[in-house]
Design a protein. Structure first.
Length: 524
């Protein structure tokens, strides 16, 4: 990696770029944000992005002509998904020893001018504050699905989805991270990921070829994660990759996996699940699902690599480097978890019980720990009825969206999705009341059909605890609308299961750590 190119650059004059007078009247403060590839100066309601004169092999900005070209490419490509943000490309000139943006002196660099949006609205910040809603994730899924539907495709683009290019990308990753062994990734993890990935690529050449032939390799965003999304009056996705078609042209599954991986990284596997589930609902792309863990592994590994590059950046503080080191380690550990899923058989876990007993809480914890697909009947019910996820609906038992025919449709759709995910190699957790033995029998039938072993978890707790929880639920955002009257009506109809070897009972009024460990052991 090198930082200085042969042309004059803004590298030695970053401090001058922090002068508010450079950005016009009324600007009193300039904020600098750095990445490993750029400086972004926030001033007067706008952002001015300058590319660093760096060469990472896969990216080369060391010449002025390259930086100019890629500024215009960034403007062109990002206008396809967020035209409101990307405004212009401006030269940075030297006029008698003073910098000027858009001046007529000697051009020493270029910048992409964008509309500045509040940093507090970046999705990563909102995730950390717990402010990302199910509706936000649904809108992201819908936006990405629409973008993919209209994305450029064709013979030249499709070649980037070939097993040869995929292997080349991985070989480059491994070559560029050898120096990180012992720093941000252990030798054992490096070798295990490498072996698993190489086996997967070799055994799935036909799958990659079929995806290419069916047009699923397109010019995507290429860098779809929460730091590149603003959540305001609508979703604004920005900063797509312009510098290398090997990274922006890919199977749409790789893009979906990136967003899902990022949510997993932020320990919001519930949002990750919902994103995948909603994208699948909008596109019907079943083939995408069988490649998710592979591409999640790839995306986590790339993020580990790119984050690790900051350790060699002389412009980044020691504190920032320490944070980058911690982040890179977490990404590589996540990549290892996904790699291991590639060689594990999927499981079917059925978590059931009455409203308010804590079954969704338990199911979410298991899904988070095992990276399984968590299908909630309450969520699916609202999806098929067109009701907002967090919209509260008071109802009489057996009426409205909880009428018997709607409930039947809900279970049918849940089983349909479960079968699709299981066939794609994804482990599935079904989360519903399953009042009748007949519905639980459908779980047995599905497991037998797909040759996976089911495990049932009956979740229980004392009624006094349920009453307390349902009172708190009335003011909380969530999928379920059940109240104490619904609980009691369902309790009358609930048919308890017979004890058997595939059943675990969990009392959620007690600490659940022991139960989680027991369930995980049984799933292994």
């Amino acid at each position: 990696m090198s930082f200085l190119g042969p042309d004059p650059t803004i590298q030695s004059r970053v401090k001058e770029m922090l002068d508010p007078r450079l950005y016009g009247k009324g600007v009193k403060k300039v904020q600098l944000i750095q990445t490993h590839t750029s400086w972004v100066f926030l001033a007067g309601g706008f952002a001015y992005k300058v590319k660093k004169p760096v060469n990472f092999g896969f990216l080369d900005y060391t010449t002025l002509s390259a930086r100019r070209f890629f500024c215009y490419e960034e403007l062109r490509l990002n206008r396809l998904i967020s035209p409101e943000i990307y405004l212009d490309v401006l030269p940075i000139t030297d006029e008698k020893g003073r910098l000027k943006i858009g001046g007529k002196g000697q051009v020493i660099d270029y910048c992409v001018m964008m509309k500045a949006l509040p940093q507090s609205a970046i999705m990563t910040e909102r995730l950390q504050r717990g402010e990302v809603s199910f509706e936000d994730v649904d809108e992201i899924a819908r936006t990405v699905a629409r973008f993919h539907e209209n994305a450029e495709r064709g013979r030249e683009i499709s070649r980037y989805g070939s097993s040869e290019i995929i292997k080349l990308n991985w070989d480059e990753n491994f070559a560029q991270t050898i120096g990180f062994i012992g720093k941000t990734i252990t030798r054992q993890a490096f070798l295990e990921i490498k072996r698993t990935v190489e086996r997967f690529v070799a055994s799935n050449r036909d799958v990659f070829q079929k995806r290419r032939q069916n047009g699923f390799v397109r010019r995507c965003h290429g860098d779809l994660h929460s730091k590149n999304i603003f959540l305001l009056d609508k979703v604004y996705i920005f900063d797509c990759i312009e510098f290398n078609p090997r990274f922006s042209c890919s199977d749409v599954a790789a893009e979906v996996a990136f967003m899902a991986m990022d949510l997993d990284y932020h320990q919001r596997h519930d949002l990750s699940n919902l994103f995948v589930e909603r994208y699948f609902s909008y596109t019907g792309d079943e083939g995408c699902l069988g490649l998710l863990n592979f591409y999640k592994c790839y995306r986590a590994y790339v993020r580990g690599k790119v984050t690790g590059f900051q350790l060699d950046d002389p412009g980044i503080s020691d504190k920032a480097k320490a944070a980058a080191k911690r982040g890179a380690r977490r990404y590589f550990q996540l990549a290892l978890s996904y790699a291991r899923l590639l060689e594990k058989k999927p499981y079917l876990l059925v978590v059931f019980g009455l409203p308010g007993v804590g079954k969704s809480f338990l199911a979410q914890r298991i899904a988070q720990r095992t990276l399984a697909m968590h299908l909630l009947s309450d969520s699916i019910r609202k999806q098929i009825c067109g009701v907002g996820f967090s919209e509260r609906r008071s109802f009489e038992f057996g009426r409205g969206i909880y009428a018997p025919e709607v409930t039947e449709r809900t279970y049918d759709e849940m089983f349909r999705r479960a079968e699709v995910f299981l066939r794609a190699g994804q482990s599935v957790i079904l989360d519903a009341t399953f009042l009748s033995r007949e519905r639980r029998g459908r779980c047995q039938d599905l497991a037998k059909k797909l040759k996976v072993k089911p495990l049932f978890v009956l979740v229980e707790c004392p009624e006094r605890v349920v009453v307390q929880r349902l009172k708190r639920r009335a003011d909380a955002k969530g999928f379920s609308d059940a109240d104490i009257e619904v609980y009691r009506r369902m309790k009358e109809e609930f048919k308890p299961p017979e004890p058997n070897g595939n059943l675990i009972r969990v009392d959620t009024s007690q600490p659940i750590a022991k139960a989680l460990k027991m369930i995980e052991e049984r799933l292994k």
